[in-house]
Design a protein. Structure first.
Length: 247
């Protein structure tokens, strides 16, 4: 996002610009009892959010700061590009991770028809859950996933086409990603190879101060990410190249 300062009742307020919305956004602290739904993930907001009251457009901080493209271990052949809307005529997508529909932000590869909810894109590789004594490991692939099983937490069927968390100690112990992470906060998680998947570490942030150029580089603390010609063409095809400097 980009930012400017405005005056409101003698207070100086920082405003932000997000690539998915035409108006500037301001920071707002959600009050107890308020029900504001995030326009990025469609979940209710709490704590601090980005807000456009003119349009009732709201973003969690992590949705507003989700970066424009990431390299994800589940789809290493291409970058996944952050899209503010589904790329399909149906105006919805089916998340490859959790298997549920989405109609808001997604990380997608239009070439391969891979789509992930923003929250699913940053699922932790390992979790501990009070319902099971052992660590649960995220599995992206169906080849090694449990087959013809039910989730050991909700007792509903597990679809081998979608991701699951599995116990490497107990045979055939698998759970839905949503069941395993219902108490997990989105954040920084480290992969087994030591690499991180984190919005602020991959690509240019989407929420910048309104006065900023939005370009990335070592001078502003953002990591430089090299895009392949195919990745760049996908960005252009989706209309997501807003003049940022991709290197």
């Amino acid at each position: 996002m980009s930012s400017i300062y405005t005056k409101h009742r003698d207070l100086q307020i920082m405003e932000y610009k997000h690539f998915s919305h035409e108006h500037n956004l301001s920071m707002y602290q959600v009050q107890p009892g308020q029900q504001l739904r995030c326009s990025g993930c469609d979940k209710f907001c709490d704590k601090t959010i980005y807000a456009c009251w003119q349009c009732n457009f709201f973003l969690h901080e992590h949705c507003g700061n989700a970066t424009r493209y990431i390299k994800h271990p589940s789809h290493s052949s291409h970058y996944l590009i952050l899209s503010p809307y589904p790329t399909y005529p149906s105006n919805c997508f089916l998340c490859n991770a959790c298997g549920t529909n989405g109609s808001r932000f997604s990380y997608c590869c239009a070439l391969c028809e891979v789509d992930l909810h923003v929250n699913c894109a940053f699922l932790p590789p390992k979790v501990a859950h009070k319902a099971h004594p052992h660590e649960l490991v995220l599995n992206h692939t169906s080849e090694t996933g449990v087959q013809n099983q039910v989730c050991k937490m909700c007792r509903k069927p597990l679809d081998s086409k979608h991701w699951s968390y599995e116990c490497l100690v107990c045979a055939n112990y698998g759970v839905h990603t949503l069941c395993a992470t219902n108490e997990i906060k989105m954040g920084l998680y480290q992969m087994d190879d030591g690499s991180d998947i984190e919005p602020s570490d991959q690509g240019a942030p989407t929420t910048q101060p309104a006065a900023s150029t939005g370009q990335q580089g070592s001078s502003d603390g953002q990591a430089q990410v090299k895009l392949t010609p195919m990745d760049y063409q996908i960005l252009l095809h989706m209309g997501l190249d807003n003049g940022s400097s991709y290197v």
